[in-house]
Design a protein around this ligand. Structure first.
Ligand SMILES: [Zn+2]
Ligand SMILES: [Zn+2]
Length: 141
């Protein structure tokens, strides 16, 4: 079993939240198949297996998980909401060639400055754009 999947299902048990099998599929999708997917991407991914699964159900399931702090909602592009199974502090790098979003480790705690003293910070995001290593290598061919 995927470690993240085990972690989240354990937490659900602890909160006494029972997810139906089809809702668990959404979680599975987030752990195994897709990185930082949108609702649409999960929908496309699961449509063959569960044709009756609606985008609304996917949306609601993800938001339930996010409210419990088990997944993270990320808005690194203006028009797309993505969902992240990794809830620990990390940064994102988006490749502008292949569109992949990579995680990188960074402790965002250290990014608060004196200018924000007295402010309540709800979210910390670090977002880089560029070209990933693989796309750079392919370019040189
Ligand atoms: Zn790339
Ligand atoms: Zn991430």
């Amino acid at each position: 079993m995927h470690p993240r999947y085990a972690l989240v299902t354990n937490q659900l048990k602890k909160h006494q939240i029972r997810l139906s099998d089809r809702r668990l599929k959404i979680l599975e999708c987030l752990c195994y198949n897709l990185e930082h997917p949108t609702v649409d991407q999960i929908y496309v991914n699961l449509h063959k297996e569960i044709p009756t699964l609606s985008k609304t159900t996917i949306y609601n399931t993800l938001h339930t998980l996010a409210e419990l702090g088990l997944i993270r909602i990320i808005n690194i592009e203006d028009n797309k909401t993505r969902y992240d199974i990794i809830t620990e502090s990390h940064g994102h790098f988006k490749c502008q060639t292949c569109g992949s979003i990579f995680n990188f480790e960074v402790d965002l705690k250290f990014f608060a400055t004196d200018e924000l003293s007295g402010f309540k910070i709800m979210e910390r995001n670090l977002y880089f754009k560029g070209i990933c290593q693989e796309c750079l290598l392919n370019k040189n061919d």
